[in-house]
Design a protein around this ligand. Structure first.
Ligand SMILES: [Zn+2]
Length: 483
């Protein structure tokens, strides 16, 4: 996108006095019960390695830069500094006790940015140390040079927020500040996004709507996929053809397929034949309400249909597992805790499919380590886990690396719609990775050379191999929307 106001990345960095991300701790401040000298040495070497190694970011929901710069921006409730405190920190404010009324006002477009501070001031001390809160704080420090959020700094924060949010800021944030080589975007709004930055914002194909039945009238749900394909859906075979169309059109450009349907049910998908699914699909198209057994049977059939297409196209299948975003609506831990067990059935049923289980199945992450240890086709993605609970994520990483093959672990992805907090999250993750690797060395589990090699594997090499990124980059250069 060309614009008269376009500024170079360097000039944004220089003008706003920005710096690239820095370690959160120095060697001298690194706490350890063991000998200080040895600790400091290992910490320093690993820290330098991790902070200079690029990430491949395996999961975001980023909207496109031009959509973000549109007036009003698409998908954002507010476009001032309060945006930094939304998705996902807003949930912590509510569960800390903030009222719905103050919450609505804080994220509205109608209130002066300076008046907003008064609304969160009572709650900020309670949430600033959570992963969500820390990512926001680090973003303020590294992107805007604001050390402490307060009544006296909020005006400056707003000024700098506006000075950064200009054409070119996506590349500046991702490449220059976060050292992110490429992102993998699960675009919300269309099953596949023809990105204007196709090599930086690589895309997943969203398969959720191919199999999940979610409240909407069937005609509406079907249209989302059938209309772009230019097809009419009268029976299950038609719907199979629609699914095929998405893989034929976008399979070579997509990095993976993605579904977050574990927000609605467990991932306990049984293999159900088309003969059983066909009459149920017909009932659905006729507008009938399916009972739970029929709904599950149809979803299970279509899940495996989509997974089989993904497998044919060498696309890994990314599935949400574990904790849910949001607050006070529904967090069925009794069901979520079954995710790792159901995941083991998926791996067994389709050994040729590469499954990527997201978010370490938090809080049931020990089970996910067992899964990756046992099944060749089980990969674990730490995306979002640094934000949900950074200390647990570090614990998971240490345990994973001494239990399961390191080539199946992905260490970073943010899950954000807006780009700025990626800065804080990338620093949080680098901090945690540094800590985990250092502790493994000083506790005597692994040697320092192994730790340095592991940093490369989990931060970028595994992602490049698992998602065939070199091949995808070549295909994307030829894509019609890239020209
Ligand atoms: Zn997500």
């Amino acid at each position: 996108m060309k614009s008269k106001n376009r500024i170079s990345r360097r000039s944004i960095l220089k003008g706003a006095g920005l710096v690239s991300a820095m370690p959160l701790l120095t060697a001298a401040s690194y706490p350890s019960a063991s000998g200080r000298g040895k600790t400091s040495e290992a910490f320093k070497e690993i820290s330098e390695k991790v902070w200079s190694t690029p990430f491949i970011d395996t999961h975001e929901h980023l909207i496109e830069e031009h959509q973000r710069l549109a007036v009003p921006p698409i998908h954002l409730r507010s476009d001032d500094w309060s945006m930094l405190m939304s998705h996902y920190l807003d949930s912590d404010f509510l569960t800390a006790g903030m009222s719905q009324q103050d919450y609505q006002a804080f994220y509205s477009t109608r209130m002066d940015p300076e008046d907003k501070w008064a609304l969160i001031a009572p709650w900020w001390p309670h949430v600033r140390n959570t992963g969500y809160g820390q990512a926001a704080q680090i973003t303020m420090r590294e992107l805007y040079q604001i050390e402490e959020l307060s009544a006296s700094t909020v005006h400056l924060l707003q000024e700098r927020y506006e000075s950064v949010r200009r054409p070119g800021f996506y590349r500046m944030i991702l490449e220059d500040i976060c050292r992110i080589e490429s992102c993998q975007v699960n675009y919300i709004g269309r099953p596949f996004c023809e990105s204007r930055m196709p090599l930086l914002l690589m895309q997943d194909i969203s398969i959720r709507g191919m199999y999940a039945i979610r409240g909407k009238p069937a005609s509406v749900a079907v249209q989302e996929y059938s209309e772009p394909a230019g097809m009419k859906v009268m029976c299950l075979t038609d719907w199979h053809r629609v699914i095929d169309w998405w893989f034929d059109k976008y399979g070579r450009y997509a990095v993976a397929v993605k579904s977050q349907n574990a927000y609605s049910r467990d991932i306990d998908h049984e293999q159900i034949s088309a003969e059983i699914a066909e009459p149920i699909f017909k009932e659905l198209l006729d507008g009938e309400r399916l009972d739970d057994d029929k709904k599950k049977a149809l979803e299970d059939h279509l899940f495996w249909y989509a997974v089989a297409r993904a497998t044919e196209h060498h696309l890994p299948v990314k599935l949400h597992t574990g904790y849910y975003a949001g607050q006070n609506i529904n967090l069925p831990l009794w069901r979520i805790r079954n995710n790792p067990a159901s995941a083991s059935d998926l791996c067994r049923r389709s050994p040729k499919t590469s499954f990527v289980f997201m978010h370490i199945g938090y809080p049931y992450y020990e089970e996910m380590i067992a899964l990756a240890k046992h099944y060749t086709n089980a990969h674990i993605d730490m995306c979002w886990s640094w934000l949900i609970n950074p200390s647990a994520a570090k614990d998971f990483l240490k345990k994973y690396l001494v239990a399961a093959p390191a080539n199946k672990l992905l260490s970073f992805g943010g899950d954000y719609f807006h780009i700025e907090p990626v800065v804080g999250h990338a620093s949080l993750a680098r901090h945690g990775i540094t800590q985990a690797l250092t502790e493994l060395v000083i506790e005597g589990w692994i040697k320092i050379d192994a730790a340095l090699d592991l940093a490369d594997a989990i931060m970028h090499q595994n992602a490049r191999r698992i998602f065939h990124l070199n091949e995808k980059a070549e295909a994307l250069k030829q894509a019609e929307w890239a020209k």
